[in-house]
Write a protein that binds this ligand. Structure first.
Ligand SMILES: NC(=O)c1ccc[n+]([C@@H]2O[C@H](COP(=O)([O-])OP(=O)(O)OC[C@H]3O[C@@H](n4cnc5c(N)ncnc54)[C@H](O)[C@@H]3O)[C@@H](O)[C@H]2O)c1
Length: 262
């Protein structure tokens, strides 16, 4: 893709690091104006500065995706800075390893609030702005293999990612009349700090005995034979943000190296 192929204003939540950071950096490289939004404002600021140093256009913004007022403030800031919002990535998310019988109400609510409710709020508030602009838009949510299959050590996380798929389908139907498309993508096992945390939790529960045993064992079924890195995801995410995907809505595009074949 050429430098000017995604000439859009894009928010990426949870882009201070990991998958979100790669999504944002790739879009900035393709000419997008990118808002690096994260609960960790320092991390967001570091990436925004890096993008600008490389000749791209970016600002940093603090946000807690589970708080509507915070998401509204993020969109207001984006519109003040760049005049509009074209693409919203609801990517921020958290996970936790927990044996099925031990998942508590607090565990369930904490994950659902960020991964499920956060995506609902982000989709609604982005849509309100896009409807007011009157010329459509794109909303792209981060699902997972856990949005297609239930895994015994991640029941509450899977519930939250099934919720992402459900919200995506409902929103696609609700917002099509405004020429807003809503899609999600499903990573498999991506080597980010999120998986480092899961790996530690496997050991704390006595499920594994050494670092990286969990990620390696969990990845045995990947057809392409290796764990992914954030850069593996950006072909699809930049495509979903670009005009090339204008006729796609309500879909979940799996980017998992062939873990879930549905
Ligand atoms: N790593 C994987 O294997 C994997 C696989 C499938 C899906 N995912 C999903 O991809 C997304 C990104 O995961 P990652 O691996 O890059 O994780 P990560 O932990 O490396 O990064 C997540 C980012 O989200 C931010 N964040 C957390 N809570 C937030 C909140 N309430 N508001 C705003 N920002 C918040 C964090 O500060 C962090 O910068 C998540 O939705 C995750 O569920 C990850």
């Amino acid at each position: 893709m050429g430098k000017s192929e995604v000439n859009k204003v894009v928010i990426v939540t949870g882009s201070g690091r990991g998958i979100g950071a790669a999504i944002a950096a790739d879009l900035a490289d393709k000419g997008a104006k990118v808002v690096i939004a994260d609960i960790n404002l320092d991390a967001a600021g570091t990436l925004a500065a890096k993008i600008k140093a490389a000749g791209g256009e970016a600002i940093a913004a603090g946000v807690d995706v589970s708080e509507r007022a915070s998401v509204k403030a993020l969109i207001d800031k984006t519109v003040r800075q760049y005049g509009r919002l074209d693409v919203m990535f609801n990517n921020a998310g958290i996970s936790q390893t927990c044996p099925f019988l031990d998942v508590t109400e607090d565990d369930f609510n904490r994950i659902m609030k960020i991964n499920g409710l956060g995506v609902l709020i982000g989709t609604q508030e982005a849509a309100r702005q896009m409807i007011a602009q009157g010329d459509g838009g794109k909303i792209i949510n981060t699902a997972s293999i856990a949005g297609k299959q239930g895994y015994p050590l991640f029941a509450h996380y899977c519930a939250s990612k099934f919720a992402v798929v459900a919200i995506t389908q409902a929103a696609a139907r609700a917002l099509a009349e405004h020429r807003i498309t809503v899609n999600c993508f499903g990573p498999g096992v991506v080597a980010t700090e999120l998986w480092q945390q899961l790996d530690r939790e496997f050991m704390e529960h006595g499920l594994t005995s050494k670092p990286e045993q969990a990620i390696n064992e969990f990845s045995q079924s990947i057809l392409l034979g290796r764990v992914s890195v954030p850069k593996d995801i950006t072909g699809v995410t930049t495509f979903l943000a670009s005009e090339a995907s204008d006729y796609i809505t309500g879909q979940t595009v799996m980017v998992d190296g062939g873990m879930v074949l549905i």
